[in-house]
Design a protein around this ligand. Structure first.
Ligand code: DGL
Length: 265
């Protein structure tokens, strides 16, 4: 079992930001990735539909005999993680808990801004997990739906993106946030722009890096770290393939994605 692959799924290719972070930390792990590109985005869909899709995604990864599943999508984690963990015996982890732990690793964090899809913000999953772990936090959660298409368009340092960032972030900056949680797979690509945009003293936390550390801790705890010393493989499966998805996969992964398979669920 230790040398079985890790399974990841996301609504599309954005979850490759999490894969990239995991590969940097755990280069020997084989990875099977599923992006449900035929049905994205998940962020604007109802909780019931997101749960149904997430269960189908998990069943696909189980058919590939993975040893652990990472829900590399904030929206799917927000709406489906508890029901997935209840239904399947395999370890399944999401991106929210590691993100929350990373926010609270700073004992001074008090005023937290959260940007995410409508689905993630509407689920209150981040707000709930943060409030459970520390009392007295002041939370500002804002849906930032335009950031996903702007990142996909590669409009990272672009006036339209800066205008959107002003609209989403100025109200929380006016309220003096000390931490900004990037609660969506796509947002790590905006980190260079955000570093320039945010005033000094606002800490950025992204769910990709923090999730990778959580994956390593879980694998260690469960004695599931690969024993292989050769570099691990990455098999990307998408429910729809187009030139745009291939190009996006390259950008999110920051290297060639290799041969992408088209699959049906
Ligand atoms: N992967 C989604 C997330 O992290 C963003 C894209 C979508 O809405 O499907 O919430």
């Amino acid at each position: 079992m230790r040398n079985a692959p890790l399974g990841f799924f996301d609504s599309g290719v954005g979850g490759l930001t999490v894969v990239r972070a995991v590969q940097q930390l755990l280069p020997a792990e084989d990875i099977v990735y599923l992006g449900d590109t035929a049905r994205l985005p998940y962020g604007s869909k109802s909780p019931e539909t997101i749960r149904q899709f997430a269960h189908e995604d998990v069943r696909f990864l189980l058919s590939r005999e993975v040893k652990m599943i990472v829900v590399a999508c904030n929206t799917a984690t927000a709406h489906a993680l508890p029901s997935l963990q209840e239904q399947y015996r395999i370890p399944i982890i999401g991106v929210i808990e590691p993100g929350v732990e990373a926010v609270l690793s700073d004992p001074a964090a008090q005023r937290i801004g959260i940007i995410a899809t409508r689905g993630t913000v509407g689920s209150h999953a981040y707000q709930h997990e943060l409030a459970l772990r520390r009392t007295g936090l002041i939370l500002h959660a804002t849906p930032a739906p335009l950031l996903v298409p702007l990142v996909e368009e590669d409009w990272l340092d672009h006036p339209a993106t800066r205008a959107a960032l002003h609209t989403y972030l100025d109200p929380m900056l006016d309220r003096g946030i000390d931490t900004l949680m990037l609660a969506c797979t796509h947002y790590p690509l905006l980190i260079p722009v955000l570093k320039d945009f945010l005033p000094d003293g606002v800490r950025l936390v992204d769910s990709a890096t923090t999730c990778a550390e959580h994956v390593r801790n879980q694998l260690t705890e469960l004695n599931l770290l690969s024993e292989d010393s050769t570099p691990g493989s990455l098999q990307i499966n998408l429910t729809d393939i187009s030139d745009q998805f291939e190009d996006l996969a390259r950008r999110f992964l920051a290297r060639s994605p290799g041969r992408i398979q088209r699959v049906s669920l």
